[in-house]
Design a protein around this ligand. Structure first.
Ligand code: SF4
Ligand code: SF4
Length: 82
C-alpha cells in the first residue's frame, strides 16, 4: 500500500515486523538499499526486514515485491510537504 501523509516530512516505509516472514525480497529489490534484515527474531520466528531510517524514495518496489499482505506500507509526503 502507498499512502500520502501530510504529517511526514519525506518519503518513508513502515514494515510491520510481526507480519514479515523474512524472505528478503524487499531487501533485494530496494534500489537505494535502505532495507536490511534484523538480527532479532519476530514472534513468527523470522528475521524481519527493517528500514535503516533514511533515503527511502517511496518508489514502492518493496511493497509490490512483498508476498505478505499488510507487511509493508510506503508513505509519500503530500505535494505541498515536498
Ligand atoms: S519504497 Fe523503494 S526506496 Fe523505499 S524502502 Fe521500498 S524499495 Fe526501498
Ligand atoms: S518482502 Fe515482505 S515478507 Fe519478505 S522480508 Fe520484506 S517485508 Fe518481510
Amino acid at each position: 500500500m502507498t499512502v500520502v501523509d501530510k504529517t511526514v516530512k519525506g518519503p518513508t516505509v513502515l514494515i510491520q515486523e510481526d507480519l514479515c516472514k523474512g524472505c528478503g525480497l524487499c531487501i533485494d529489490i530496494c534500489p537505494p538499499g535502505v532495507l536490511r534484515q534484523d538480527s532479532k527474531l519476530n514472534h513468527l520466528g523470522f528475521h524481519p526486514a527493517i528500514y535503516t531510517g533514511q533515503w527511502c524514495n517511496a518508489c514502492g518496489l518493496c511493497f509490490y515485491a512483498c508476498p505478505e499482505p499488510g507487511a509493508i506500507v510506503v508513505i509519500k509526503p503530500s505535494r505541498e510537504e515536498r
